[in-house]
Write a protein that binds this ligand. Structure first.
Ligand code: DC
Length: 209
């Protein structure tokens, strides 16, 4: 079991998942996409017809669902890998992610999952450097221009990406913000491997100190 964590936060399309996966592969560590967890809870709420705006009902659901993110995203045994990227989920997930009880439930699961890994975990999301793992070995805030982030999100479009960033950054519960001690990396026009290597070098430097 290991308490080594590389924590990565940033807005939609900043390259978090791609970079986090690449870093995990370089180190042989586990990878955790926490956005997929909020998306999976959202899928289940929509599937069961739970009113997304009913905080208590969605929180009760979040407490009881069985979730996996690897090798596929599943909720209560149902594969939602494709469904979590639908327009409907893109819109509803900001509401679910702003629910403080849902967040408490997801944060507890994220800490448990990371603690159970044999080597270390690369965790990416919006509150990983600030709330979930404030003492992580390395804290990274990834960003990129809105144009490039929307391009990476394919069909979602600039307006939808910008709307979600606004909701994620201005909500009361654990808003997206750069931690004071997080290293800011702008991935606009940068190669994934190059960014991943920089993060691994940063880890080695921090572990030596
Ligand atoms: O990274 P993503 O686009 O898959 O995230 C989906 C939504 O979940 C997004 O609106 C922000 C939210 N989220 C969050 O609030 N906290 C996290 N740790 C991860 C994602």
């Amino acid at each position: 079991m290991s308490d080594l964590v590389i924590a990565i936060d940033g807005p939609a399309g900043s390259g978090k998942s791609t970079v986090a996966r690449a870093v995990a592969a370089l180190l042989g560590w586990s990878f955790l996409d926490t956005g997929a967890m909020y998306r999976a809870v959202t899928c289940e709420a929509l599937f069961r017809g739970v009113d997304i705006d009913n905080d208590d009902a969605v929180a009760a659901l979040a407490d009881t669902v069985t979730l996996t993110t690897l090798p596929r995203v599943t909720v209560n045994g149902r594969d939602v890998e494709d469904e979590i990227r639908s327009d409907e989920v893109n819109v509803a997930v900001s509401v679910v992610a702003a629910n403080p009880s849902v967040r408490a439930s997801m944060v507890a699961r994220q800490r448990e999952l990371a603690a159970a890994q044999p080597l270390g975990t690369v965790v990416e999301g919006r509150d990983i450097t600030t709330v979930v793992f404030p003492l992580a070995s390395v804290k990274i805030f990834l960003t990129a221009s809105l144009e490039e982030r929307a391009r990476r999100r394919g069909d979602e479009g600039e307006d939808s990406v910008a709307r979600r960033d606004e909701a994620d950054s201005t909500r009361v519960a654990s808003p997206l913000r750069q931690a004071d001690d997080a290293l800011m990396l702008d991935t606009t026009g940068r190669d994934v491997d190059d960014v991943a290597q920089e993060i691994v070098q940063w880890l080695k430097r921090n572990l030596r100190n």
